[in-house]
Design a protein around this ligand. Sequence first.
Ligand code: ZN
Length: 237
Amino acid sequence: MSIDRYCSLYLYTFVTEATAKPDGQKADSKPIICIEAGHQAKANLKLEPNAPGSKTMKAKVMGGTTGVQTKKPEYKLTLEVALKLEKALKDDYEVKMVRRTHDVNLSNSERAIFCNKAKADVMVRLHADGSDNAKVTGMTFFYPSLDNKYTKPISKKSMEVAEIVAQQVIKQTGAKSKGVKPRGDLTGFNWLKVPSVLIEMGFMTNKEEDVLMSKPEYQDKIVAGIKKGLDAYYKSK
Ligand SMILES: [Zn+2]
């Protein structure tokens, strides 16, 4: 670290503290959104508990699906959208990124713990779907289940966020909605202490939807929908 870098960091700390409210809260308290681009370049099939203290073991991080037409792996698509989402949110939210590169080794529990430590208000998880049936299309919005002791405390708020985000993303993209659904089996949800929505942005196993999801204009629509959804959620609070 250069001296310059050190000084700018020091100055930042100074300014932040100087503008802090007397109760210790930052004057500028934007909601914290933790963005997770699903998967990574190399799957890690070693096992980890699928919830804190659980004996059920699941792969640390799966490889994800691949575009049937674009041949693009899911981890690349999810990061493309994640980086756009970061840009779109950064003025109105404090954004934390689980990853910015493909060459990481982060298990699903580690991703959840990262967002817990960031004290995120919402974790937005980006994925794309795959199916044996090439005709299947549409977006699914998952939230942590109410019927699971691990995810129960974060379920209600997650569902509220998921519903409002789903509404806006579908409105912006015109995609078919496959619904807003609870999940109690995902390691990435079970380790969370903060609310979350996981967006399956479409099916990479459908030629048309695969191509569409890689189009920058379509990605912008997904991102605009997520932003509008979060804005609407925080406006209603
Ligand atoms: Zn995925």
